[in-house]
Design a protein around this ligand. Structure first.
Ligand code: FCB
Length: 471
C-alpha cells in the first residue's frame, strides 16, 4: 500500500455516513456463541450441545461449553458496550436455561441471569433487544420431533410468555426467531447445523412450524404488553450468473427458498406462488398446514429484522441428488458461482456492499406499506485478524466492510426505505457454529486462552462513527 493511498483511505475512514436522528446503532451476539456455562445453574442440553459434541460436526471439535464465558463476564462485556456508545444490544435468551426439558418446570436461575444482564445494560444506558430463539432448541424437544412437529411451536409460545413476563417491563424490542432459514434448511436438509438432519419434507415441515412458532410467540408477546415485536430473517440478494432465462429461473427458485418462504406468509399472508416450481411434489404433499395458519403467521409486526452479509450469484444446474426427498435446499437445480472481481472475507463471502441497498429497495417495492420499519439486526465480516503483542488488531478490512455497508444502508434510506437501526455482528469473537472458533467476526478480540477482551480498530472506528452522529 502506498503512502498516498493510505492517507486517502485514512481520511475516508473518518468521513462517517450520517443517519437520521433517532437511528439506533447497536451490536449483536447470541447465547450459545458466547455464554459458555453450558451445564451451570440448571441449564438443560440443547441441540447445539449435542451437535458440537458429535465428532466431525464442528471444526477442531470446538464446542460452546466455555465460549467467551460471557455468563460470568457479562459485566465486563456490558462495559464494552457502554464505552462503545451503542444505543441497543441484541442478545439471545437460551431456551434450555429457561425450560431445561423443553416443557414442564421453569428454571428460575435461568431467568435470573437474563434479568441481571438486562439491569446491567439499563444501568449502562444501553437498551436490550432480545432474540427468543437463536438456534438452541432444547434437546428434549428434538427427541420428540423437533421443528418437524407442531408441538415444538406450542412449547416455544409458552417459553416466550415466560420470558416476556419476567423481562417485558424492561426490554423494549423483541425478536421471535433468528434466521429461521438456517434452522429449517441448514438444520434439517443440508445438515450443516444442529440437529444435522438431511431430509426433504422434514425441512419443509420445520419451515412451516417455525412460521407457526413465530405467530404464536407474537401473540404471547402482545399479551405480555411488550413495546415492539418482530422477527429476524437472513434475506439474500440473488443475482443471475448470466442473462439467460434458465439462470433467471434459478434466481426465482433461490429467492423462493431463501426469502419468499418467509416474507410471503409473514408480510403478505400467503404462501409463495413459486413454491410449486421450486419444490414440486415435496410441497404439494406437505400435510402440516392447517386452516387459519396464514392469519396466525401474518400478525402485524413493529419491525422486520434483516441480517445481511453477502450477495449470492446463482446459475441453473441439473439435479445432483438421486434421492428426491433431499432436493429441498441442497439441490434446488441451481448452484452458487463465484462473484468475479470482488474481495472475499475469511468465510469466502464476496464483499459487495451495494447489494444491501438493492435488497432493501427491492423489498420496499415488493411489499410497499406491508413492510414494517426495518432494523439491520446483523452485518459484519469474519477476517483473518492478527493480534499484535499487545493484543491490538488493526482490522482495516473489517472497518472498510462496515463503513461501506453503512454507506449502502444510508443509500437505501435515501431511496425511501424506512430503516431504523443497525446492529454490528458481532460485539465479540465467538463460536461461529460449524466453523467453531476459527472464524472471528468480533469488533472485540477474545483471546480464548485467557478470556482477555481487546477492542479492535473496528471497535474504535464504530465508536467514533456513533459519536459523530451527535456532533
Ligand atoms: C448469522 C447468524 C449469526 C452468525 C453470523 C455470522 O447467520 O445469525 O449467529 O453466525 O451469521
Amino acid at each position: 500500500m502506498t503512502t498516498a493511498h493510505h492517507e486517502t483511505d485514512h481520511t475516508r475512514m473518518n468521513d462517517f455516513p450520517r443517519f437520521p436522528p433517532g437511528f439506533v446503532f447497536g451490536a449483536a451476539t447470541a447465547a450459545y456463541q458466547i455464554e459458555g456455562a453450558a451445564r451451570e445453574d440448571g441449564r438443560g442440553p440443547s441441540i447445539w450441545d449435542t451437535y458440537s459434541h458429535t465428532p466431525g460436526r464442528v471444526a477442531n471439535g470446538d464446542t460452546g461449553d466455555v465460549a467467551c464465558d460471557h455468563y460470568h463476564r457479562y459485566p465486563e462485556d456490558v462495559a464494552l458496550l457502554r464505552d462503545l456508545g451503542v444505543g441497543s444490544y441484541r442478545f439471545s435468551v437460551a431456551w434450555p436455561r429457561i425450560v431445561p426439558d423443553g416443557s414442564g418446570p421453569v428454571n428460575p436461575k435461568g431467568l435470573d441471569f437474563y434479568s441481571r444482564l438486562v439491569d446491567e445494560l439499563l444501568a449502562a444506558g444501553v437498551e436490550p433487544a432480545v432474540t427468543l430463539y437463536h438456534w438452541d432448541l432444547p434437546q428434549a424437544l428434538e427427541d420428540r420431533g423437533g421443528w418437524r412437529v407442531r408441538e415444538t411451536a406450542e412449547r416455544f409460545a409458552e417459553y416466550a410468555a415466560v420470558v416476556a413476563d419476567r423481562l417485558g417491563d424492561r426490554v423494549p424490542r423483541w425478536i421471535t426467531l433468528n434466521e429461521p432459514w438456517c434452522s429449517a434448511f441448514l438444520g434439517y436438509s443440508v445438515g450443516r447445523h444442529a440437529p444435522g438432519a438431511q431430509e426433504g419434507r422434514g425441512a419443509l415441515a420445520a419451515a412451516h412450524h417455525l412460521l407457526v412458532a413465530h405467530g404464536l410467540a407474537v401473540q404471547a408477546l402482545r399479551a405480555a404488553g411488550v413495546r415492539e415485536a418482530g422477527i429476524t430473517l437472513n434475506l439474500d440478494h440473488h443475482l443471475p450468473a448470466t442473462d439467460s432465462d434458465a439462470d433467471r429461473a434459478a434466481v426465482v427458485r433461490a429467492d423462493t427458498l431463501h426469502n419468499l418462504v418467509w416474507t410471503e406468509p409473514i408480510l403478505a399472508g400467503r404462501y409463495p406462488d413459486t413454491e410449486q416450481e421450486t419444490w414440486g411434489e415435496l410441497i404439494t404433499g406437505l400435510d402440516v398446514r392447517r386452516d387459519g395458519d396464514l392469519e396466525l403467521i401474518a400478525q402485524p409486526l413493529d419491525f422486520l429484522g434483516v441480517n445481511y452479509y453477502r450477495p449470492i450469484v446463482v446459475a441453473d444446474a441439473p439435479h445432483r441428488e438421486s434421492d428426491p426427498a433431499l432436493r429441498v435446499a441442497t439441490d434446488n437445480r441451481y448452484t452458487e458461482v463465484p462473484m468475479p472481481g470482488v474481495r472475499r472475507t475469511a468465510m469466502g463471502w464476496p464483499v459487495a456492499p451495494g447489494t444491501l441497498t438493492d435488497l432493501l429497495v427491492d423489498l420496499g417495492q415488493q411489499y410497499g406499506d406491508a413492510l414494517p420499519p426495518v432494523h439491520i439486526t446483523e452485518n459484519g465480516s469474519a477476517e483473518d485478524d492478527e493480534a499484535g503483542p499487545d493484543g491490538a488488531v488493526h482490522d482495516t478490512d473489517r472497518v472498510t466492510y462496515l463503513r461501506d455497508h453503512l454507506t449502502a444502508l444510508r443509500a437505501a434510506i435515501d431511496a425511501g426505505v424506512d430503516v431504523r437501526g443497525y446492529y454490528v455482528w458481532s460485539l465479540l469473537d465467538n463460536f461461529e457454529w460449524a466453523f467453531g472458533y476459527a472464524k472471528r467476526f468480533g469488533i472485540v478480540r477474545v483471546d480464548y486462552a485467557t478470556q482477555r477482551r481487546v477492542p479492535k480498530d473496528s471497535y474504535h472506528w464504530y465508536r467514533r462513527l456513533i459519536a459523530a452522529q451527535r456532533a
